[in-house]
Design a protein around this ligand. Sequence first.
Ligand SMILES: C[S@@+](CC[C@H](N)C(=O)[O-])C[C@H]1O[C@@H](n2cnc3c(N)ncnc32)[C@H](O)[C@@H]1O
Length: 231
Amino acid sequence: MRIDVLTLCPKLVDSALSESIIGRARRNGSLELHTHDLRPFGLGKHKSVDDTPYGGGPGMVMRCEPLFEATEKILATELNQTKRILMCPQGRLLKQSLVRELAREKRLFIICGHYEGVDERVREHLATESISIGDYVLTNGALAAAVLIDAVVRLLPGVLGSEESAQQESFTDRLLDGPVYTRPPNYRGWTVPEILLSGNHGEVEKWRMNESVKRTQKVRPDLLNQPPCAG
Ligand SMILES: C[S@@+](CC[C@H](N)C(=O)[O-])C[C@H]1O[C@@H](n2cnc3c(N)ncnc32)[C@H](O)[C@@H]1O
């Protein structure tokens, strides 16, 4: 998959996505990540990308010209067939179901806001969708983009060591994962449930499902009331 990110903080995106599994996905070509610095597309001698809000109010607003011109230049003939995502706290909430949807795309283009926000014409006429990573406000969209990319890329074929780990995890089938353990079987008197040491795969599976349901009921009962695959 190819992902382009347009941001004032390209290094932040790049460094957040250089380590571990996503770093390996980049090295082996599963992810082709291109970060683009918006600054050179800024206006005038100072390459300005923002201005004061019409009507007054606090903060600076990102101007539309640099964002439109950069996006159109980078995507060129692929503009119309590429999903153009604006990272925005007011966008559609990023859930595993949306992550799965995005993982089916061949290419994504992500626009990161900064300051007080982005001129509304970007949302209306440039982005094809706005996505929020949660109900809180970050200083800019770079880390939000990195979170989205991490979640999407780990679903691409061959990125995780075992395909199963992406299929049997939290938010699949409206359930959270149950508890997991590894060696030692007894640490400071805290023991691993007997059943996991029994070697009885059928019983282990039943136990896991039961724990998964119990945990979901306890900490996220709302998930159980969602339609199947709503993530
Ligand atoms: C300080 S925020 C702007 C917040 C805006 N004034 C508001 O209240 O909705 C600056 C930029 O950070 C990014 N951002 C902040 N929080 C985010 C979130 N929860 N999800 C996605 N992007 C976010 C967006 O790109 C946004 O344009």
